[in-house]
Write a protein that binds this ligand. Sequence first.
Ligand SMILES: Cc1cc2nc3c(=O)[nH]c(=O)nc-3n(C[C@H](O)[C@H](O)[C@H](O)COP(=O)(O)O)c2cc1C
Length: 224
Amino acid sequence: MELFDVMHTTFSGRAYTGDPLPDATLYRILDHARFAPSGGNRQGWRVIVVRDVATRTALARLTEPAAKRYIAQVQNGENPWNTVDPPRVDAATIERTPPPPHLTEPLLKAAAVLVICVDLKVVASTDQNLDRVGVISGASIYPFAWNILLAARHEGFAGTITTLAVAEEPRIQALLGIPSHVAVAAVMPLGRPAKTLTRLKRKAVQEFTMLERWGGAPLAPAAS
Ligand SMILES: Cc1cc2nc3c(=O)[nH]c(=O)nc-3n(C[C@H](O)[C@H](O)[C@H](O)COP(=O)(O)O)c2cc1C
């Protein structure tokens, strides 16, 4: 596929045909993804390839608590899990909110699940002393995760960056024997997509650009 086609059509694949993802294809996908950037080129990524049904079931179960809160907050008109506005839903509401199947089932139905980890001993987290949630550390792992999805798209496969299970990171570490200094960045189901979506909903450039300073005029579309 052409680069721009891949960029415009790499959707979140959550439903799969049941076809296998052969090791040779997965190897090829990762062999392209590894060219992602990372701070200081430290390449702290580690990937656990999970096919075992019991392990995937455990990962799906670990997704449920965060999925319940996510949906409860959405139903309450909130931006779920954001660190700026405190949640306005109580524990009882979260507890009685069922986790929707589309947030857990992909982990059971995908051909493989990649648990994408990052070794925090090699990540330069330059925002660690700021009074806000860290975002810089993610920049050393998510370009790699996204490269996996781009390469998978090129190979006719699809998947999703999922992060809900990470709310239960210590339990994922215990399940998979991951050391405590290694963070789980994403749990990524991958498979042959049941349907290929090509019209992704994204904001126009004018909606997120500002010239020179916050609040400045948007970048205008190029005159053709
Ligand atoms: C940081 C991050 C976390 C995400 N977490 C989840 C998740 O836990 N579960 C899920 O189904 N999708 C998750 N997604 C996928 C988003 O929902 C998806 O990228 C977005 O809805 C756009 O979907 P589309 O590409 O199909 O248009 C996540 C995406 C990102 C980038």
